[in-house]
Design a binder for this molecule. Structure first.
Ligand code: AKB
Length: 317
């Protein structure tokens, strides 16, 4: 039996991960949320939920105690573009929050998953096929909290034996819960525009390549890394994982195959463009493949067919 607390259960990853965990494990899969972001519908009805503000260590500890939690998925974070607008809050959630989670995990002996991101890399990181172990020198607050989070999580493993594990997520694409304030969000928004029959206004320039991943692969990564036999681990916090890399023109052309009259124009957002320019074009995920068997299932075309099918069904008149 596994008892899991998902902190940030109503966010982009949490809303789907909580449901997936409930479909796999028969223990308590607790949907942690903050007031104003309450779980609704199936997420609320299919299992326990609790107010867990990551900046409140006592709330985390009380929930872990009450539901005999053994694994914490720490999904609370501000995404990259919002974090640039609210750097103090990004630090409070990303670092003070992570510290609270790790302290509770140390005391109550929980395993911890905290997603990292391609945002840990910066301008002087090799851009193509970015290695697992390379320069992590971001100049965004998002990146700073993600690198610091990787280091702190490794520290808690080395110093206290807390079972911390993590992946560096590319842009995650899903039709369920939209992301809020990321640099890669355009690759979600473009599908919504295509499915609604609207012209897409792209905030990212042509020729800006970034790694992306379809959510079903992202969810599998969250679960498989926590299930993996750690005997093979050389790394922990955090593994490069990859599925596909494209620029706006490539995803647009792929969607146009299925929606021939779809139009896109460019109106570049300087903040998002600067962040995207500092991130890798593509990651090398060999270590994740070798150390815990990571393998993506969706490429761009498979993702496009699924995304469009689901969204067109939702928006059909
Ligand atoms: C963002 O764009 O901020 C995130 C990420 C890649 O970490 N989707």
């Amino acid at each position: 039996m596994k008892n899991v607390l998902v902190i940030g259960s109503t966010g982009q990853i949490g809303s789907e991960l909580t449901m997936k965990l409930r479909s796999i494990y028969n223990g308590n899969i607790v949907a942690g949320y903050i007031p104003g972001c309450e779980p609704k519908g199936e997420l609320l009805e299919s299992g326990p939920a609790a107010v867990v503000d990551i900046t409140n260590a006592q709330q985390i500890a009380d929930t872990v105690e009450k539901y005999e939690i053994d694994t914490i998925y720490n999904l609370a974070a501000l995404l990259s573009a919002v974090a640039e607008q609210k750097p103090q809050l990004a630090w409070k959630i990303g670092m003070d929050g992570l510290f609270n989670v790790l302290e509770v995990a140390r005391e109550k002996k929980c395993a911890v998953f905290t997603p990292s991101s391609i945002g840990v890399f910066g301008d002087n990181t090799p851009k193509d096929n970015t290695p697992q172990d390379t320069i992590r020198n971001p100049r965004t607050m998002y990146g700073v909290t993600k690198v610091s989070g990787e280091l702190l999580s490794d520290y808690y493993f080395i110093r206290f034996g807390v079972d911390t594990r993590s992946v560096r997520f590319p842009g995650l694409i899903s039709y369920v819960t939209p992301p809020g304030g990321g640099t890669t969000d355009y690759a979600v928004d473009i599908y919504y525009a295509a499915a609604k029959g609207e012209t897409f206004v792209c905030p990212i320039k042509e020729n800006t390549f970034m790694d992306m991943m379809y959510m079903p692969d992202g969810l599998r990564a969250c679960i498989e890394i926590m299930e993996a036999d750690p005997a093979k681990f050389i790394h922990r916090n955090s593994f490069n994982i990859a599925a596909m890399s494209f620029d706006p023109q490539i995803i647009y052309n792929n969607i146009k195959k299925y929606v021939p009259d779809f139009e896109m124009i460019y109106q570049v957002d300087p903040l998002r463009q600067a962040i995207a320019d500092s991130w890798p074009n593509s990651l090398d995920d060999t270590c994740a493949r070798q150390e815990w068997g990571w393998k993506p299932e969706y490429d761009l075309d498979a993702m496009t067919r699924d995304m469009l099918g689901k969204l067109q069904e939702r928006f059909k008149k």
